[in-house]
Design a binder for this molecule. Structure first.
Ligand SMILES: [Zn+2]
Length: 254
């Protein structure tokens, strides 16, 4: 198992990599999105050198969580795919193998069935575009009630080449169960995000600050999974990220 940390895409990417490197994480989860980490703002050589300096690899990456892949408007979905393609090129140059596309539900009067149809249309095209760039696409269910086990299952079944990226915090909301996703889809699971919450709001808290029973969940995850885990703890004080990392390491060992 490898523990990684993301760069904050609102901040200078080189400084963010420096913090991740100095704190000896195993890898960088490269968040390329607005506004400081868009393709035109990334200096490939400088990012490569920063990674090399700390013997880090960017194994996983993500595009903007608000990419409108589930828009009911076809031209907007087409634009979302074109936008993702620009990012795939940068990920490819930086050696990132797995890239996340987040769930995106249309909202309004559209049913989950329509949302599945719009997303499957986009995701099939994104998997094909990813392949051309040497990238495997992962699907991350988000914090919406529509990201239910049932709806996510339908999307994964519709696209066999799409991988699952399980965000444990998101899977703890609205009575959902992270265990259910792990049990059923561990063969499709290639990346995990960890953070805590109260079961109602997507708070991205440090491990132990919410209601997730990590002492039960981590051994269960370990039984089925041994790949990359990113700590997606959002706090201005990054000590909370380091505390979560130490907690995760301890629970994984015990
Ligand atoms: Zn996440």
């Amino acid at each position: 198992m490898k523990i990684g940390a993301p760069n904050n895409p609102r901040k200078d990417i080189l400084k963010e990599i420096e913090w991740i490197g100095k704190n000896k994480f195993d890898f960088v989860d490269l968040y390329l999105e607005e506004d400081a980490a868009t393709p035109e703002k990334i200096d490939i050589e400088k990012v490569k050198n920063a990674l090399k300096k700390y013997k880090l690899k960017a194994i996983t990456g993500h595009t903007a969580w608000y990419l409108p892949t589930g828009s009911p408007i076809k031209s907007i979905r087409t634009a979302a795919i074109a936008e993702a393609k620009r990012y795939f090129e940068v990920f490819s140059k930086l050696g990132v193998k797995f890239v996340t596309i987040h769930a995106n539900w249309p909202g309004g009067m559209f049913s989950p069935k329509a949302g599945i149809r719009f997303q499957v249309d986009s995701l099939k095209k994104l998997v094909a575009e990813g392949k051309k760039a040497g990238i495997e696409v992962m699907y991350e269910p988000t914090e919406k009630p529509y990201d239910s086990f049932e709806n996510v299952s339908k999307i994964l079944h519709a696209i066999p080449k799409l991988h699952l990226h399980l965000d444990i915090g998101h899977a703890n909301l609205y009575g959902k169960s992270p265990e259910e996703f792990i049990k059923k889809f561990h063969k499709r699971l290639v990346h995990v995000h960890i953070h805590d919450n109260d079961g109602y709001d997507d708070l991205h808290l440090p491990m132990g600050a919410g209601n997730i029973d990590w002492k039960t969940l981590i051994p269960f995850l370990k039984k089925h999974y041994n790949k990359t885990i990113t700590l997606e703890v959002f706090s201005n004080d990054k000590d909370f990220v380091l505390m979560s990392r130490d907690k995760l390491k301890k629970l994984w060992k015990s």
